[in-house]
Design a protein around this ligand. Structure first.
Ligand code: PRP
Ligand code: URA
Length: 208
């Protein structure tokens, strides 16, 4: 299984808070963005650097800056919206696209209802964000949408994944790296992650 799990103590602590039933909507949203920011360090770890010459107040020196690259963060609506601000705070100039998918409660298959991407998305490295990678159906479909728009470099960023979802993405899209904060145990008969955190969208938006 090809998955990158960032089990930094701060992330684990915040995820524990998110999982708890007693954590309310405001705190849940704050934690989702905080963890996304922390995951962002791992997701951007391999960005290339270019050496440049600069002047400090006391010396001339060589120092690194990020090589000019274009990025986009694409949340899977709705719940993915809860991760956008964390990524934007790391890369303030990043463009934002949206892919709307919901999971049919019976078949668990994704149903696409919206797509709006930056016009030059094909030239961008895309961070696809969604808190939950369950069956992997939604993420796989969203990745296919991005590829249909010509995107070549995609990283899938989730808060919680399960082996079923990871295997699905590894099989459907072996070129996509998955980053998550935790790999949970299994899916229940309704396709919910166990132990998970419940319905991420409902908890972020207070719809239940
Ligand atoms: C949730 C979640 C993912 C999807 C994961 O969205 O945010 O998009 O389920 O499940 P999968 O890996 O089995 O496809 P949901 O369909 O509940 O929609 P919402 O974000 O609008 O609440
Ligand atoms: N979507 C969620 O929001 N939670 C799960 O556990 C699985 C899918």
């Amino acid at each position: 299984m090809n998955v990158n799990i960032t089990n930094h103590p701060l992330i684990q602590h915040k995820l524990t808070m998110m999982r708890q039933t007693t954590t309310g909507c405001k705190e849940f949203r704050e934690l989702a963005n905080e963890i996304s920011l922390l995951l962002g360090y791992e997701v951007t770890r391999d960005l290339p650097l270019t050496e440049t010459e600069i002047e400090t107040p006391v010396a001339r020196t060589k120092s690194n800056i990020l090589t000019d690259r274009k990025f986009a963060v694409v949340p899977i609506l709705r719940a993915g919206l809860g991760m956008v601000d964390g990524i934007v705070s790391l890369i303030p100039s990043i463009k934002i696209g949206h892919i709307g998918l919901y999971r049919d409660p019976e078949s668990l298959n994704p149903v696409e209802y919206y797509c709006k991407l930056p016009p030059d998305v094909a030239e961008r490295e895309v961070f696809l964000v969604d808190p939950m990678l369950a069956t992997g159906g939604s993420a796989s479909a969203a990745i296919q949408v991005l590829k249909n728009h010509g995107v070549k470099h995609i990283k899938c960023v989730n808060l919680i994944a399960v082996p079923e979802g990871v295997r699905r993405i590894n099989e459907d899209h072996p070129d996509v790296t998955i980053y998550c904060a935790a790999l949970d145990d299994h899916l229940n008969e309704h396709g919910y992650i166990i132990p998970g955190l419940g319905d991420a969208g409902d908890r972020i938006f207070g719809t239940k």
